[in-house]
Design a protein around this ligand. Structure first.
Ligand code: NAD
Ligand code: DAU
Length: 353
């Protein structure tokens, strides 16, 4: 059997593909447009492995997707492909509308045409799993309960609005056409292959490069952090046992303020690779202008996924973050390769240097 993974050269997608090929005997057709965030180097350990087929294509290219569906006849699709960085969505929302909304629509429509022609038993077994985010629920106050699947959608950034729209399209394709869909809404991931535009890998990179660790506003914004391999195991479980048409929240029960996260990173680095001058990396922390419309707090209630599907994260924040820092220390070449060229322009645009 074969599954399609879209966006499988990005951060979470490549972790998912690596885990999938390691844990199952199914073939993965990995469809990725290779934007700045897609990196085939993440998958180099799969070179020569016949169970990983990489195709460079856009999820919005209905002809290409249709041809791939006919050629490979997958039993499931896991849709990671998206523009994923909130700050980039503030500078340039158009790409987010194009991929996250129009692209998801075109993908859904191509999949619907394929699914309609399947034999009854294959039709019943087929799944379209859409990977989404907790950001669609908006921002919580300090005293609010964590997001449940029943929370109202209140997206606040062009990124989260585009993801919310894609979730609604996925829901509509189930409700209207019967497409067997599943949706997952996950909190902030961290771990290997995380592109250094996001808080954790950016701060590890900047710390080691002797550059400022930029904290937006007062640094008291709260996120729930989940080690990426735990997100992958949750997706596998939802694909296997999730109830068609349902959404599942995925999170790590690890609410942390940004400033605390960066202090933890600095302490681990101080221990594993101390600065030559004996000062803590925390001395590089710099408060910078806040993100416009910055959501104050996200928190996920993953109770439904745990109760109904028996999934639980394996890592605590402490174990996951230590593994992550070690991975970045051991993979400086990877960081070097992804931060040359266009990345420097992004730093200039976002942080003014
Ligand atoms: P990422 O930006 O690292 O990777 C996205 C991948 O999608 C890249 O490989 C990119 O080349 C590819 N892509 C972009 N546009 C495409 C298109 N039109 N067609 C085909 N491929 C395209 O993102 P990520 O952090 O790995 O996130 C993956 C998914 O998970 C996204 O849908 C995101 O919204 C969601 N998500 C991310 C997090 C997180 O913390 N990173 C949390 C919850 C949900
Ligand atoms: O909640 C899930 C979401 O998590 C995913 O849907 C997104 O794809 C993913 O990018 C992530 O979004 P965030 O905006 O929360 O992640 P980011 O790493 O960009 O920022 C984390 C927090 O750190 C946020 O409050 C903003 C802050 N921050 C970020 C950067 C890049 C800083 O203080 N300084 C920075 O330089």
């Amino acid at each position: 059997m074969t599954i399609f993974v879209t966006g499988g050269a990005g951060f979470i997608g490549s972790n998912f593909v690596l885990d999938w090929v390691g844990a199952s005997d199914e073939t993965v057709v990995n469809i990725d447009k290779l934007t700045y965030a897609g990196n085939p180097e993440n998958l180099k350990s799969l070179a020569g492995n016949a169970r990983h087929v990489f195709v460079r294509a856009d999820i919005g290219d209905a002809d290409a997707i249709g041809a791939l569906l006919t050629e490979h006849a997958p039993r499931a699709i896991v849709n990671f492909a998206a523009e994923s960085h909130v700050d980039r969505s503030i500078h340039g929302p158009a790409a987010f509308i194009e991929t996250n909304i129009v692209g998801t629509f075109r993908l859904l429509d191509a999949v619907r045409a394929y699914w309609n022609e399947l034999a009854e038993d294959r039709k019943r077994e087929f799944r379209f799993l859409h990977v989404s985010t907790d950001e669609v629920y908006g921002s919580l106050e300090k005293e609010d309960s964590p997001f449940a699947e029943t929370n109202r959608y209140e997206p606040n950034s062009p990124y989260s609005a585009s993801k919310a729209a894609s979730d609604h399209l996925v829901r509509a394709y189930h409700h209207t056409y019967g497409l067997p869909v599943l949706t997952t809404n996950c909190s902030n991931n961290y771990g290997p292959y995380h592109f250094p535009e996001k808080l954790i890998p950016l701060c590890i990179r900047n710390a080691l490069a002797g550059q400022p660790l930029p904290i937006y506003g007062d640094g008291q914004q709260v996120r729930d952090w989940l080690y990426v391999k735990d997100h992958c195991s949750a997706i596998r479980r939802v694909l296997e046992a999730g109830k068609v048409g349902e959404t599942y929240n995925i999170g790590g029960w690890n609410e942390k303020a940004n400033l605390d996260v960066v202090h933890v990173l600095c302490a681990i680095l101080d221990d594993l690779q101390p600065r030559a001058d004996g000062l803590s990396y925390a001395s590089q922390i710099t408060f910078v202008k806040d993100r416009p419309g910055h959501d104050r707090r996200y928190a996920i209630d993953a109770g439904k996924t745990e109760r109904e599907l028996g999934w639980k994260p394996a890592e605590t924040f402490e174990t996951g973050i230590t593994k992550t820092v070690r991975w970045y220390l051991d993979n400086q070449d990877w960081v070097e390769n992804v931060t040359s060229g266009a990345y420097q322009n992004w730093l200039g645009q976002q942080y003014g240097r």
